[in-house]
Design a protein around this ligand. Structure first.
Ligand code: FPP
Length: 241
């Protein structure tokens, strides 16, 4: 029996896959647990997906782990999520290193509480020489925040005489986003049935293929990830041409 992984053409892999990990809360409530239980089980899906991406040879995997809007959730849930995120990052650092995975982060990291930012930076530093998969965590991220920030920076640089208005191009704007060293996603996946982008990588997804699945994030496994890649490969990308 051939598996979905074997059906994937390894010569035409998406370079960068971004995921909106949705449905932790619904998955948990459906089973009679509280929302935090869903986030805890979401960690298993993060591990599985990272492993799957590394195994098949994806270069960049970006996970929407915490949005700017998520700061408005009940304090108890925010605290639990932060703790879970940071504990996971800390605990998984040796495994990331063992698997040659480089951790990166995008977002307004100055809003992370206490020593969370410090722990995150430590893991980023410790894995920075790895040459395999780049695992990009979007933390306290929103696209409008990122674009606003880039606009402010560019305006300041124009005022300082570093650029003229004519110098403002697609490339210059891309180079002022937090994703400046990362290629645009080829494929964006959203789990749990919602078909919207929710302020994620708005500039970067101009030509990205979108893939929506009903599966809740805590139930998402390697084969769900491979299925998305397989379906991506059945599409024709024309980039507006
Ligand atoms: C969306 O589900 C999920 C999140 C807001 C957080 C995702 C976080 C994790 C999977 C934890 C671990 C992550 C890493 C990177 C270690 P939701 O709460 O919006 O679910 P709902 O739409 O059903 O309410």
């Amino acid at each position: 029996m051939s598996s979905i992984k074997e059906k994937i053409d390894k010569t035409r892999l998406p370079k960068h896959i971004a995921i909106i990990m949705d449905g932790n809360g619904r998955w948990a409530i459906e089973q009679g647990y509280d929302r935090i239980f869903g986030h805890q089980n979401g960690v298993t899906s993060v591990r599985e997906t990272t492993e799957a991406a590394a195994e098949i040879g994806i270069e960049y995997l970006t996970l929407y782990a915490f949005s700017t809007e998520n700061w408005s959730r009940p304090q108890q849930e925010v605290d639990a999520l932060m703790e879970l995120l940071i504990d996971t990052i800390e605990n998984e650092t040796p495994t990331l290193n063992k698997n040659n995975v480089r951790l990166m982060a995008i977002g307004d990291l100055s809003r992370l509480p206490g020593n969370a930012a410090e722990k995150l930076q430590r893991c980023i530093a410790v894995t920075s020489e790895n040459t395999g998969l780049a695992l990009v965590l979007a933390l306290s991220y929103s696209s409008r925040w990122e674009i606003t920030n880039a606009m402010k920076q560019i305006c300041t640089e124009v005022q300082e005489g570093k650029y003229t208005i004519e110098d403002i191009t697609d490339e210059l704007i891309s180079g002022h986003l937090t994703t400046k060293s990362i290629p645009d996603p080829d494929l964006m996946i959203r789990t749990s049935g919602e078909e919207r982008i929710s302020n994620f990588l708005l500039w970067q997804i101009a030509y990205t293929e979108l893939y929506f699945t009903q599966t809740h994030w805590p139930a998402f496994r390697k084969d769900n990830f491979y299925q998305a890649i397989y379906e991506f490969q059945q599409r024709e990308r024309r980039f507006g041409k």
